[in-house]
Ligand binder design. Structure first.
Ligand code: PXP
Length: 238
């Protein structure tokens, strides 16, 4: 069965709106785990707009499933990751002004730097995933970095789905790229923009290992609580 990683960044976003102590992302992680998620995801951004260094340390202590740290290849963040040692690091592109991660990491054009960071993380006993667009050249380039996991950016699929566009075309590309990723020996995951309406077709892709979902779960949690929001998402994925 496909696994669910819950991204709890936006619990910290609400906290940072007031620069106070609540809501606590660590509490959100604990409740999500109790509700049956398979991993906790957080993104330590250079501008610390939501998750901060202390949150990351506390999450490392508290998470009992799998802690997956999304991070850029920025040297400061790489040093922090190697010190904290989350179970997994997912390398993502990061631009200061963006609202959220726009597009996947361009492994083709940043190959040397990506490979260097992957190797350093692996030597620190951290599993590494690369967040890439579902394109064959990105999958091929990822292979040479030493990473064993790839996560496909599902933003294009989600956008098409949400506006009633040609999401079937994006879905069939995701299926094809998943087959290709598996053939190349990767564990294949996906995420970004997935929600309660569009998740099921992606969860049904043969060979899909894990979906990482944040914004829609935290949004639903405002109304039903995070445990119920996680259970509802798991139900749709099953
Ligand atoms: N996976 C990765 C690598 C991401 O960067 C994000 C966004 O932080 C997600 C999954 C989750 O995206 P969303 O918040 O749209 O569910």
């Amino acid at each position: 069965m496909v696994k669910l990683g819950v991204n709890i960044d936006h619990v910290a976003t609400v906290r940072e709106a007031r620069k106070t102590f609540e809501p606590d992302p660590v509490e959100a992680a604990r409740e999500s785990e109790a509700a049956g998620c398979d991993g906790i995801v957080c993104h330590l951004r250079k501008d610390r707009r939501h998750i901060n260094d202390r949150d990351l340390e506390k999450l490392k202590e508290a998470v009992t499933t799998k802690l997956n740290l999304e991070m850029s290849v920025d040297p400061e963040i790489v040093d922090i990751a190697c010190g904290v040692k989350p179970d997994q690091a997912t390398l993502v592109p990061e631009k200061r002004q963006e609202i959220t991660t726009e597009g996947g990491l361009n492994v083709v054009s940043n190959f040397e730097r990506v490979r260097e960071v992957v190797q350093r993380l692996l030597h620190s006993d951290i599993e590494v995933s690369l967040f890439i667009d579902p394109e064959p050249e990105q999958v091929k380039a990822s292979k040479g970095t030493g990473a064993k996991i790839i996560e496909f950016h599902t933003g294009r699929y989600a956008e098409e789905f949400n506006v009633g566009g040609d999401y079937e075309r994006e879905l069939s590309n995701l299926r094809e790229m998943t087959r290709f990723g598996l053939k190349e020996g990767f564990i294949v995951c996906a995420g970004h923009g997935l929600n309660y309406s569009n998740v099921t077709p992606v969860a049904r892709i043969e060979g899909m290992y894990e979906l990482n979902i944040g914004h829609s779960i935290i949004s639903r949690a405002v109304f039903v609580g995070i445990a119920e929001a996680v259970r509802l998402m798991k139900g749709l994925m099953e």
